[in-house]
Design a protein around this ligand. Sequence first.
Ligand code: 13P
Ligand code: SF4
Length: 314
Amino acid sequence: MDTEFLKQEILRLKREKNAVILGHYYQRDEIQALSDYVGDSLALAQKAQQCENDIIVFCGVHFMAETAKILNPSRKVLLPDVTATCSLAECCPGEDFARFKAQYPDYMVISYVNCSAEIKAMSDLICTSGNAEKLVRALPEDQKIIFAPDRNLGGYINRVTGREMVLWDGCCTVHDALRAESVLKLKAEYPGVPVVAHPECRKELLDVADFVGSTKAMLTYIQNSPSDTIIVGTERGILYEMQQANPGKRFIPVSSPDGRPCECGYMKQNTLENLYACLRDETPEIIMSDEIIEKAKKPIIRMLEMSKQLGIIK
Ligand code: 13P
Ligand code: SF4
């Protein structure tokens, strides 16, 4: 179908059905351009919670759409491709995690939002990469903590806070594929150019980055950086927003050692075609039981409340 026709139809259906499109920074350029709000996981969760539209079309991955449904269950939440999952959510099955958790009876469970609703329901507090460090710092120093499912983000938080959280051994296969050597090569090619990286990357890579933060935090860093060139260690979809917000700057993405671009296949499963079909047919819809919504909601609300108290969000 013609791209221009699809765009016009998406906008028409959105108006007619009182729908809002929430898009993550890793979505395809054309989807970010059509979204009403583009943001990181934390901002999008908050937007979803506050949303008064009848329909939320979540252009992101499954756990993000699930989080939107949990926070605003009376809305119809649609995900253009319902099979768009996440390697982090997949690496932490509920039954295995329940057994792991049982080994640490007096520990608090902090789960990264990149996990299933089932894991959230077993957690005491949820975090995103945008608030993880501050949330952990706000907890009593002697608090014993299990952190799941990302060993890279958890390890990073352990290093910067001096904590010894027990980590679930999972990772984002997209970020974990990037290597410090690739960054060092780019640094040699572009002397003095700062490197930003997402905390889902390996320790060795984070050690050679100038700034580590969530998608939103990297964007803020770039906006304030005097450098006109930046090396970017994260999913390349974010280059769209980086370029939009900083038309005069140049962004150099870090690729895998085999030359593959840093691209999340799950995020790219949403296309203009399935976004159009999803708005037209109002499916695939995120359907969850009241029980799981109630259980998973508690640690997410705790995250949002703590984030407000700590001044991370308004
Ligand atoms: P952010 O919360 O930084 O947007 O990250 C989400 C994500 O999936 C990173 O891989
Ligand atoms: Fe999941 Fe990694 Fe894709 Fe983010 S980039 S959605 S963590 S697989």
